[in-house]
Ligand binder design. Sequence first.
Ligand code: THG
Length: 262
Amino acid sequence: MFIIGEKINGMFKNVREAVQTKNKSIIHELAKKQLEAGADALDINVGPASADPLKDMEWLITTVREVTDKPLAVDTTKLNVMEKGLQVAGPGSIINSASGQKEKLDALLPLAKKYQSKIIALTMNKAGVPANADSRMEIAADIVAGCMEHGVPTEDLFIDAVILPVNVAQDHAPAVIETIKQSKLICDPPPKTILGLSNVSQGTLDRPLVDRTFLVMALGVGLDAAILNPLDKPLMDSMITAELLLGKNIYCDSYLDAYRKK
Ligand code: THG
């Protein structure tokens, strides 16, 4: 599975403060720790409280680039912040995120081509996130059609079925699982699938348990990627074990260590 570390997000107090005080070492540490724990890429989000998202995104990405060349997912809803982020992050970046909204697709798909980036698109539109899988798939079809129109290969597209907190939207969890399954059938070659995993457990009592259980369920239906907390070791162990049981790695007694040394 392709893992995008979620920790460099202004939603977290330590990151918010580091951005405000320009404390590079906190950001360097968060980047290095997530990559050491198995992240393949890092999500970069200035958070909703940023007074100057353009400058803060530029600073965050420049700071992360001082310690790693790995792909960065530029996580913003603002078009100018997205383009600045892609410029500073360099080739191989990930747009996080588009949606089924036509204006968004028409603005972001050209950026995917211009910067040769991959693109995450949420199965939501102006009306929000639909509760059932069929409506999510209708939006996914609009997104795939947009990629074809704009000449963005569907292998570079990540469909995000948008998981919401299970304590307020319990009926969404099975709809997300069904959407992941059906996304594989929408075109050939199929898009990849991704989730912002930690959303599912917000407000629940045992967050790590909810996160790792849902991750294993999603892996079972073919999830390709997730934005998650790679510092959660039981979560990573569950992911590695699920991939083992899906036949993606060869069994040995020390398979956890073997995976981590890869
Ligand atoms: N899809 C895509 N991108 C995303 C999301 C998604 N980016 C953001 C988010 N969702 C994924 N990242 C996080 C990061 C943190 C949390 C959840 C998802 C989180 N934060 C604590 C909370 O809200 O309780 C913060 C509290 C604290 O300060 O510790 O849970 O779905 N494409």
